[in-house]
Design a protein around this ligand. Structure first.
Ligand SMILES: [Fe+2]
Length: 287
């Protein structure tokens, strides 16, 4: 599998040629290799003069994965982002960075979760087209993952930072952070018009659910749990195990993987466990 980026000063020409040159969505057999099939997925954006290159590349990359999920499709973002859209995106990123900063437990934890969420999500989209995740959602899920524990700001710090084992009652208090966080997000003025906040709501509310229905707060089961929350849940557990906390040492990557795969941290979607296993060489290097 190969992927590459192509930059052109004359995108109009490519867009105009698209129907003639790359309109086929059929798989192609390679000459001499009847069992090998060639497929093509393209994500393309037109970069405006004020559009930062890095952001345009990121959008093109997301669209390519969206195309891949649709199998051999071409997904083209017709125009560059308007100034308003770009400002909104920047603003969202800034808001989330502020939350990361205030959620002291874990500036680093939040960054790890975001990186890990992005990796698992990208790998999931390469593996299957079963989940319909739009390009916008692909952008939003890692960003929104930063807010997964936002409800913890309502929890008593003595419980949150308790070094020893929690009592049953204290654990019940901790468990309320999911609904607290979800309610905080839902109460935001622009919740109804803002897909990023809606994704953040799903993640905050359901990131402690488990595939077998034994999680909380709602006991959702299987794919009734939004895929965004399933991914963040797995990222959260992996990072919690491999990081030092006030109540525990950091486990090695191998121990963490063994515990997750053995079901010691609850049941996860088998496909996501495959994704985590597939990307583990990358995880060991660094997040
Ligand atoms: Fe949590």
């Amino acid at each position: 599998m190969q992927s590459f980026a192509h930059f052109t000063p004359t995108p109009q020409k490519i867009v105009a040629q698209k129907p003639k040159t790359i309109s086929s969505k059929e798989e192609t057999t390679l000459p001499g290799y009847p069992h090998l099939h060639l497929s093509l997925s393209i994500g393309a954006v037109l970069q405006g003069s004020a559009d930062p290159l890095e952001e345009a590349v990121h959008r093109a990359d997301s669209l390519m994965y969206q195309a891949k999920a649709k199998k051999n499709a071409i997904v083209l973002e017709v125009g560059p982002l308007t100034l308003r859209e770009r400002n909104l995106r920047q603003q969202r990123k800034r808001q989330i960075l502020i939350v990361e900063f205030r959620n002291g437990e874990s500036g680093l934890h939040v960054q790890h979760i975001r990186a890990l969420t992005e990796k698992i999500l990208d790998h999931l989209l390469e593996k299957t087209s079963d989940y319909k995740i739009s390009a916008e959602e692909q952008d939003n899920i890692p960003l929104a993952s930063a807010l997964h524990d936002i409800g913890k700001i309502t929890i008593d710090e003595n419980i949150l930072n308790k070094p020893g084992r929690l009592t049953k009652e204290e654990f019940e208090v901790i468990k309320t952070h999911c609904m607290q966080g979800a309610n905080m997000l839902r109460r935001l003025e622009n919740f109804e018009d803002e897909p990023l906040l809606q994704t953040a709501y799903d993640i905050a509310r359901w990131h402690h659910e488990r595939w077998d229905g034994r999680g909380y707060p709602d006991g959702l089961k299987g794919n009734d749990i939004p895929i965004s929350a399933q991914i963040v849940s797995l990222a959260d557990v992996y990072d919690a195990l491999t990081s030092e906390r006030c109540y525990k040492e950091a486990f090695s990557h191998e121990t963490a993987m063994r515990m997750i795969l053995n079901g010691e941290c609850g049941a996860f979607n088998p496909l996501l466990l495959e994704c985590l296993t597939d990307i583990q060489a990358e995880l060991q290097k660094k997040l």
